[in-house]
Design a protein around this ligand. Sequence first.
Ligand code: ADP
Ligand code: SF4
Length: 680
Amino acid sequence: MRDPRHDVLFEPIKIGPVETKNRFYQVPHCTGMGWRRPQTLAAMRGVKAEGGWGVVNTEFCSIHPTSDNDYYPYAALWDQDDIRANRLMTDAVHEHDALAGVELWIGGGMVANLGTRLPAYGLRNRPQTDSSVLNPFQARKVDKQDIRDIRRWHRDAALRAGEAGFDIVYVYATHGYLISEFLDPTINTRTDEYGGSLENRVRIVRELIEETREAVGHKAAVATRFSVALNDPETFDAFGLLADLPDLWDLTVPDYGVEMGASRFVKEASFVDSIAAAKSLTSKPVVAVGRFTSPDTMARVIKDGSQDLIGAARPSIADPFLPKKIEEGRSEDIRECIGCNVCYAHDSLGVPIRCTQNPTMGEEWKLGWHPDRAGTSPRKDETVLVVGAGPAGLEAARVLGERGHNVMLAEATRDLGGRVSRESRLPGMAELARVRDWRVGQIEKLDNIEIFRESRMTPQDVLELGVDHVVLATGSTWSTDTVGRHSDTGLRHEAPDMVLGAETVLDGDPFDANHVVIYDDDHYYLGSVMALELRRKGHQVTLVTPAGRPCDWGQYTTEVYSSNAALIEAGVKIVTNKTIVAANPGSARLSCMFSEQESDLACDVIVPLTRRLPVSDLYDGLMAIEDRVKAVGIQSVTRIGDAEAPGIVAAAVHSGYRVAMDLGEDVDIAKKYGRREHTV
Ligand code: ADP
Ligand code: SF4
C-alpha cells in the first residue's frame, strides 16, 4: 500500500499539449551510448519507463554535424537514420505509457568536433572551453548568417524529433554550450541584436522556443533547460523575460560541481531554494534535479511549491524502479544513489555508463539484465557458500538468494560491508555505506540466505559444509611495497619502520608519527580522503603523487576540483609529478617524473597506495586440494570482486551480480560479454 503522504507524486500534470501520468521525470542525462549504441540505449531507457518514470529523456542530442562531441558519446538527429535510431528509444518508452523527451543540443565553444572535423560554432574566438580535454582547437565565431543557419538546423532537428516520436522537445540553454554563451554577459560581447542588453542576449532562446513550437508544438511540449542561482540575480532577470514562453522549465544552477556534485561535497536537494525562487516567477511547470532519493523529500518539495516535478538522472540510474517502489509502498527497497559519479565517469571515458549501486545499468540490451528481476536460476536446488561480505559477496549472496539458491554467507569479521564499511568512515564518504545497507536490507528479507559473522573460513571448513558451489569474495588488501603503476620493483631501499600499511589507516588504528607522507599512485579518492582523515587526527600530511594533481581520476567523476580544494583548505601539502623511490631513515627519496632528478622529503612514515593484492589464501588452499574439493561434490569455485582483480566498488558489485547469473553455467564469455551493436 502506498503511503498517502506520497500521493502527490502520482498526480498527473499537463505539459503543453501532453500530460505526464506522475511527477517522476528522468531529465536528460548522458549514457556513454549515444548514436553509436541505439539498441543499448533504447533498452536502458525502456527499463526506466517500465520502472515508472512518467517522462524519460535522451542525453544531449546534436542538431547538426557542427555540434559533435566525439569522443564523448552523444545522441544525434541529423538525418533519417537518426530518426530510426531514436524511434527505438521512443517506442521503448511509449510501451510503458511514459513520455519521451529529446534534448536538442548545440555545442558551441565547448566542443572541438573531433569526429566531423568541422569548425565548432562558438560565440567568441577562443580555444575549446571544455577544460577537461584541453584540445588545441578554437571555435569559429558565429556571424549573423551562422545564427540563421543554427536556427534553421534547430528547427529541422525539432521536425525530425517529431518524426521520431518525441513528446517533449528541448531548447538547451545551459551547461556552457552555445546558448548559454549568448546569455553570459562576460562571454557575449556582441554589439548587434544578439548582444549587449539582457533582452538581446535572451533573443536566441526566445527565437528557438518559438521556432520549436511552430515546428512541433501541435503535438509536443517545448521544454527549456536553464540555470538560475540566488547569488546571480541576472539569471532571474533573464528567466523573467522568458518565464511563460516554454511549456516546461527544466531548471538547474550554473555550477556543474553543485548540480552534479559528488556526495563527498554535495548532498540531496542542495539547490532547491534557487529553483523555488524561479518557480514563483512562472505559470509553467518546473522540474529540477537534486539527487532526490527520499520520497518524503520529494513529496515535500512538491507540496511546498518549490517545483512541480522530481527531476532525476542519478537516482534513476541507481534505481530505475524508484517510482514503482514508492507507488507500491516499497520505499525501503529503493536502491539509493550514493553520489559517487561513477556513472558520469564512464560516459566521460566514452563507454556505456555503469553504476556502483545498480550492476544492471548499461547491461539491459547486451545481457538482458533487469534492475528489479534477476530471474530464477535453472540450478536453484544447488547450494552456494559465499565467503566474504564486502560489496562483491553481499551482491552475489543477494542475487543468488533472489534466484532461488540456498546461500550461506560467511564473513570473517563481525562487520558486514568489507571495504565500503571501512572507507565510509573517512571524511565525506558516509553515503558509500548505502552499498552495504541496501544489500543487507534485501538479504534480510530472504529466508534462503543465512549470514555467518565472525566466521573466517579455511579450506577444511569449506570441504565440510557440503555445498555445491563456492564463491570467494575475500577482497584485497593494500600492499606495503610500492610496486604499482610507476614502479616494477618497489622501493630500492626501505629503512625499518618507515613504511606504514594503508590498512592500518583504514582500520583507524592510532600510530606514532608526526609527519605522514601518503604516496598516492592510486589516483582516485582514497589517497585524498586518507590525507584529510590524518589531518583531522592531527598529523602533518604530505601527499606525493606521480600525477599532475591528486585524485586525477576524479576528473571523470567531477570531484577533482572540490577534492583538491579540500586538501588545500585542510593544510595538506601536495607534491606532484614525483615518485618515491626509497625510504631512508627520516625521509622519503623522491624522483622527478620528467628529469629523474632526486630529492629528499623529511617525514616520519610513508603510507603507500600503489597496488592492492587479492586475499587469495583460501582460493590457493582449495586449489591445492582440488581433488578433495571435487570429491566432496563441490562443482565450482569462483573468485569474484577484488579477490579476482582489485578495482572500484562498482566492479565488485557487478562481479557479484555476474557470478549469480552465470553460476554453474558453461558460459561462452566471448559470445555473451563480447556482444556488440554492429552497423553492418
Ligand atoms: P570486495 O570489494 O571484492 O567485495 P572487500 O575487501 O570489500 O572485497 O570484502 C572482502 C571481505 O571478505 C572482507 O569483509 C573480509 O573480512 C572477508 N574475508 C576475507 N577472507 C575471508 C575468509 N577466509 N573467510 C571469511 N571472510 C573473509
Ligand atoms: Fe549514483 Fe554512483 Fe550510481 Fe551514479 S554510479 S547513479 S552516482 S550510485
